[in-house]
Design a protein around this ligand. Structure first.
Ligand code: FMN
Ligand code: SF4
Length: 642
């Protein structure tokens, strides 16, 4: 069968039918209000994903017991009657697109902070999470009974609001997962010890939900393994899958990892597509109810193959649907090449961890649906875009979609700009897909592309644009050190691998570019990073950063912090530490600079410029893709609303 037909096959879940095999899993957005209410922004965000063809959406972690059970300040809640109207609107808008509406019921337990809840966290046992640090208070039996009732009441409220199902969040190290895991549950009463006892709270909640609701799909997300020593092992995870079926679950969602093994729940770029599928298949073989599985599934062909070969019944597409809300429709139409790809950078996760609304590095509309989707008016003007990098291509597409006649002029021989280098370091291959996607979109549009074309006053006179968008990018800064031999920008070396082996390379600048160059070169060379600041790679998302730093340590990359390159001659460099003013002298073969980029701007006669001129992306200030895409997408809105 072709991949669209496999993905498009309906399936029964409990008493309901899902129209296709694609599920959007629960993902916190930070878009609810501080009181946990549904907001217009949250409604638009989910509407867009339901419209995009998902068979089911599991609405993000909804707290059943605030403030104690909240994991973040603007977490959605489902614990008070006054929240019902908003939740009902949410269920209604999802179901309006024939998409099953489910909601995830959640209590954070020890994986929260007093700054969020205003009180000491609670847990099965007083063992602190290494990341959250606050020591939790052990729950009494009475409190456990109250939490059980809260979960059941939340399910009743979900049914009243019109949801098709609930998913109990018993994964990722939150309260129900803490009870299940011998790593966090050290109790000696009937809720601790044996698996039967650790499963007791979940069983009681499931029984309550079955008793007090009549139509709901009862789903459970659980860990097949915690990936921590002393936690749930795969053998026990498989037993839990069976217990869940025996106790009335209609649907299983098999995940793994807790905060202390964070990147196994929300993976970094180094994880292979579908990496946990062998484990999930074992769970599927033990039960007869449908199993949802996923994790770094980015391509529809892969999703369909996993279903066809019996690994899973339904695939979850999480970040894939943040990057492209139309993921399902495009997959079902067989247009995989038109899916805006997620690059697994975890900017989305970092934004909610910082207490912001959800953002996606490659899709400026995510989390901004209410403001940035399809302005009512068209914009029929002539637009010249200088520069075919991410900002330039995105701006050209944004104007073309509104009916403008767009010329995209690129000085080089191909489109892609900074993405061509950014795709080179280990774990960054997805950027090549992003580049290809943008090129595909430009080709499929009415945009006229002119390669090897500088924007000059003559070109302006020829095209006579109403709007000029300068997205000409930036180039690396290389300082002047008299006497230095063999020096390059880190970007230059990433772009054209010189094939060095056994060389001693000094990288000046320990931001993400310098560290990625070190990661790339240290397989076969001895690499030293020299960083002026106190922190290495502060510009990276934390999980990816920690993983990269661990790799650098393993590859024996030397790191000097609070240190600057002072002088260099033909053979050695001297490095000065700001802490003790001491100088270290090192022999070197090559020096790479990764100390930032400076904008490149075309030289244009002011007389030749149109009234509307905008400078965006790195041409304005060198930063990441996220800002470049956002500024590009904003332009037509600025002009229309102007
Ligand atoms: C921003 C963000 C928020 C998430 N929030 C939740 C959540 O509320 N509940 C949950 O079970 N998993 C949550 N996850 C995990 C996802 O559901 C999913 O398992 C994970 O992102 C891996 O799948 P993917 O590669 O398809 O994104 C979140 C992930 C991200 C990126
Ligand atoms: S922010 Fe990065 S990881 Fe998150 S959805 Fe967008 S591209 Fe994927």
């Amino acid at each position: 069968m072709s991949y669209p037909s496999i993905l498009g096959t309906p399936l029964s879940i409990g008493a309901k039918t899902i129209k296709n095999r694609i599920v959007m899993p629960a993902m916190g957005t930070g878009l609810a209000s501080a009181q946990g209410e549904v907001t217009p922004a949250l409604l638009r965000y989910y509407e867009e994903r339901a419209r995009g063809g998902a068979g089911a959406i599991v609405v993000e972690i909804a707290c059943v017991d605030s403030p104690e059970g909240k994991g973040s300040l603007t977490q959605l809640c489902i614990d008070r009657p006054e929240l019902l109207p908003g939740l009902a609107e949410l269920a209604e808008i999802i179901k309006a697109y024939d998409c099953l509406a489910m909601i995830q019921l959640h209590h954070a337990g020890r994986q929260t902070a007093p700054a969020v809840t205003g009180r000491q966290p609670v847990a099965p046992s007083p063992k602190a999470c290494r990341f959250m640090r606050a020591e939790p208070r052990q729950l009494s039996r009475e409190e456990i009974a109250s939490i059980r009732n809260r979960f059941v009441q939340a399910a009743v409220m979900a049914e009243q609001a019109g949801f098709d199902g609930v998913e109990l969040h018993a994964a990722h190290g939150y309260l129900l997962s803490q009870f299940l895991s011998p790593y966090t549950n050290l109790r000696e009463d009937e809720y601790g010890g044996s698996l039967e006892n650790r499963f007791r709270l979940l069983r009681e909640i499931m029984e309550g939900i079955k008793t007090y609701t009549s139509r709901l799909i009862l789903g459970v997300r659980f860990n097949l393994t915690d990936f921590v020593k002393g936690g749930i092992s795969l053998d026990e995870g498989l037993e839990i899958a069976q217990l869940l079926e025996q106790n009335g679950a209609d649907l299983l969602n098999a995940s793994c990892g807790i905060y202390e093994s964070g990147q196994t729940s929300i993976e970094t770029g180094s994880f292979q597509e579908g990496w946990r599928m062998d484990m999930i298949r074992q769970a599927k073989q033990r039960v007869s109810i449908p199993v949802i599985g996923g994790g770094v599934i980015r391509q529809p062909e892969m999703a369909a193959r996993l279903i066809e070969e019996g690994y899973i019944d339904l695939v979850w597409i999480g970040r894939g649907m943040l990057a492209d809300p139309d993921w399902a429709n495009k997959a079902l139409k067989g247009c995989a090449e038109r899916i805006r790809p997620c690059i697994t950078c975890n900017t989305c996760f970092a934004s909610i961890i910082q207490g912001h609304h959800i953002r996606c590095a490659v899709n400026p509309q995510t989390g901004r649906e209410e403001r940035l989707l399809r302005p009512a008016s068209a914009y029929h003007k002539t637009v010249l875009v200088a520069g075919g990098g991410p900002a330039g291509m995105q701006a050209a597409l944004a104007f073309a979609q509104l009916g403008s006649s767009v010329v995209l002029a690129e000085a080089g021989s191909c489109l892609g700009g900074q993405m061509i280098v950014a795709q080179k370091p280990p774990g960054k291959h997805a950027i090549a897909r992003l580049r290809q996607y943008l090129i595909n979109e430009v080709k499929a549009s009415s945009i006229q592309v002119r390669l090897n074309t500088q924007v000059t006053s003559q070109l302006l006179a020829e095209i006579k644009p109403d709007v000029l968008v300068i997205a000409s990018g930036s180039k690396p800064v290389i300082p002047d050190y008299p006497g230095i031999k063999s020096f390059y920008s880190a970007a230059e070396i990433l772009d054209n691998d010189p094939g060095w082996e056994g060389q001693h390379i000094i990288i000046v600048g320990g931001g993400s570019t310098g560290c990625e160059a070190a990661d790339f070169l240290s397989e076969r060379n001895q690499v030293t990073i020299v960083e002026k600041g106190k922190v290495i790679a502060p510009d990276m998302e934390n999980m990816s950063r920690l993983e990269l730093l661990a790799r650098l340590k393993q590859k024996k990359v030397k790191i000097f912090k609070r240190t600057e390159l002072e002088t260099a001659d033909n053979e050695k460099v001297s490095l000065r530490s700001a802490d003790n003013n001491e100088t270290t002298v090192c022999a070197y073969d090559h020096v790479l600079f990764a100390i930032g980029n400076r904008p490149v701007l075309p030289e244009l006669d002011p007389q030749s410029l149109p009234d509307q001129v905008f400078v965006i992306g790195d041409a304005k200030q060198a930063r990441g893709f996220s800002q470049a895409f956002f500024e590009a997408q904003m332009l037509p809105y600025r002009l229309i609303r102007g």
